[in-house]
Design a protein around this ligand. Structure first.
Ligand SMILES: Nc1nc2c(ncn2[C@@H]2O[C@H](COP(=O)(O)OP(=O)(O)OP(=O)(O)O)[C@@H](O)[C@H]2O)c(=O)[nH]1
Ligand SMILES: [Mg+2]
Length: 298
């Protein structure tokens, strides 16, 4: 066998196309939370895949969208900043997407890159073969891709082939992480994200974008983790919805989050959730920094 390969692969695309679902599928663990609601991912996260061929460090990014807040600005800077680190870029699209301003913008930015760009068409389980072929030719008319790979991240279809393709374009080099590493994210952050995911799952359309979760403390005591976490929202009315009648909603969120956190920590978990209002936090520089959305750290 030849030299090992290793490198960084930026996974970019519009919100909700399945970027996080794909990186989770590849590394076989939930690195990034997913949801049917757009703008789920807020920060860049590394998902590390290692095998005998070498190591791929996937950079899952926030979905490209028209930002309407300082948080949105941060998310977009975070997505675009990926290009600086990438050896290969995967542009993920879904077959329902027509070519809009957002696709134009992405295309223009991709056109300036020197690294190979692979078009990945996700959610092929939702379209016919004919539609897919039509779709591929409409995208190929706009840009010259190194490869076009149709997949279903959710069903795992063609995902192995995608990994093979990525390895072809990766430079030779030593791995960046040891072989057991799957992510660069601290456990506390993943715990907070799991709680946010379950909150997204349990709440209606009006609340999601204003949610943030912080783990206030996480202590291992008497064979279990005691975790205190706070769910932040932007309005008093949202606070009521998150708590629910007699605390029922909050209980539901906790009940859904706990088993996953236990699996992650390989330990029993006692989870205590709080809800607080932080008005307009998504447009406050100080609050954003407190939540770890710091542009200078990108
Ligand atoms: N049918 C189908 N649904 C999928 C597939 N991949 C992802 N999804 C769904 O698409 C939705 C969005 O998935 P995410 O992985 O959160 O998408 P994302 O691109 O990371 O979204 P943002 O973080 O908001 O940019 C979820 O409901 C997924 O279950 C797929 O291959 N087929
Ligand atoms: Mg995501």
């Amino acid at each position: 066998m030849g030299e090992k390969k290793s490198g960084f692969v930026g996974v970019i695309g519009k919100a909700n196309v399945g970027k996080s679902t794909l990186v989770n599928k590849i590394v076989g663990q939930k690195i990034a939370i997913t949801s049917p609601k757009p703008q789920t991912t807020r920060k860049k996260a590394r998902a590390v895949f290692t095998d005998e061929r070498g190591q791929i460090v996937f950079l899952d990014t926030p979905g490209i969208h028209k930002s309407r807040s300082k948080l949105g600005d941060y998310m977009m800077s975070s997505a675009w900043s990926t290009f600086a680190d990438a050896d290969v870029v995967l542009w993920l699209v879904e077959p329902s997407d027509v070519f809009t301003d957002t696709e134009e913008l992405i295309c223009t930015k991709l056109g300036t890159l020197e690294c190979p760009v692979i078009l990945v068409i996700n959610k092929i389980d939702t379209v016919s073969r004919d539609k897919l072929l039509e779709f591929i030719s409409s995208y190929s008319a706009h840009m010259d891709f190194k490869e076009v790979v149709p997949i279903s991240a959710l069903k795992g279809k063609n995902v192995e082939e995608l990994v093979n393709t990525v390895f072809e374009y990766l430079p030779e080099g030593e791995p960046f992480y040891d072989e057991d590493t799957v992510t660069d994210q601290p456990v506390k952050q993943i715990v907070a994200e799991i709680i946010r995911e379950k909150s997204l799952m349990c709440l209606g359309e009006e609340v999601p974008h204003g949610l943030a979760v912080a783990v206030d403390s996480m202590k291992y005591e008497g064979n279990m983790y005691n975790i205190d976490a706070t769910i932040y929202c932007e309005k008093d009315s949202h606070k009521g919805m998150i708590i629910g009648k007699g605390g029922s909603k909050l209980k539901e969120i906790g009940t859904k989050a706990r088993p996953e956190i236990e699996e992650l920590c390989e330990s029993k978990v006692f989870l205590k959730l709080w809800v607080k209002v932080k008005k307009d936090w998504r447009d406050s520089d100080i609050q954003l920094k407190n939540f770890g959305f710091d542009k200078s750290q990108l």
